[in-house]
Structures are given as C-alpha cells and as structure tokens.
Design a protein around this ligand. Sequence first.
Ligand code: AMP
Length: 120
Amino acid sequence: MAYDSNNVFARILRGEIPCDKVYEDDHVLAFRDIRPHAKVHVLLIPKGAYVSLEDFSGKASEAEIVAFHRAIPKISEKVGIAVTGYRAIANSGADSHQEVPHYHLHLLGGQRLGPLLSLS
Ligand code: AMP
C-alpha cells in the first residue's frame, strides 16, 4: 500500500491538525487518542512515512526503530502507567481493522483491561 501523505497523522506531524502531545523527539511523536478506549490511551507514531507495523519493521532505519522503542518507557512513565502496566497494540493491514494508514502503536492502561481479544 502506498503512503498517503494526507492521512490524519501526517497532518498532525505537519502541524495542520492539533494533538494532545505527550512526548516528542527527532524520530517520534506521541499524543492522546481522540477517542480513548481506556482511561489512558496514547498513540506513538514515527515521524517517517510508514504505512504500518509491517512497513516500519521492514523499511525503517535502525535509528528510527531504536528511537521508537526507547520512547515507550518515557511515555509510560509520563502518563502514569509504567508501574501499573499497559497493553501495546499495533494494527497492521486490512484484517486488523487499521484505520489510519500511518504506523502507530496504541498504549492503553490506567485500568484493568481484561482479555486480549474479543472477535466479532
Ligand atoms: P487504528 O484503528 O489502529 O488505525 O487506530 C487509529 C486511532 O487513531 C483510533 O483509535 C482513533 O481514535 C485515533 N485518531 C484518529 N484521528 C485522531 C486525531 N485527530 N487525534 C488523535 N487520535 C486520532
């Protein structure tokens, strides 16, 4: 799938749409999900143009991949879920119901989350 530079997260990165920013560095941006599925729901995105986890994992540089993962404990600490725990979810592609075609990792916590999946 080709990268669509008008997707909502690309527009957030360009400053065209506001976001509730939690963390930013040279490679990543993290902000609160606009429709949270838990008391704490943060999205972590790379600044590079990657469609999905599949795309990011295959094509991103080692510096981008390291920065992305090193950001996670900084974010979890900042939003208060490092100790209590959280779930990280990355939807990738059609079967996953990925809606925004810019790679993002959901970080969900602040409450007991229950079982991993309910298929319907
Ligand atoms: P996914 O289904 O994995 O692609 O998740 C996309 C997520 O992006 C959803 O949880 C949306 O609520 C969230 N989202 C969409 N637009 C925005 C926005 N402008 N700011 C913050 N989160 C957003």
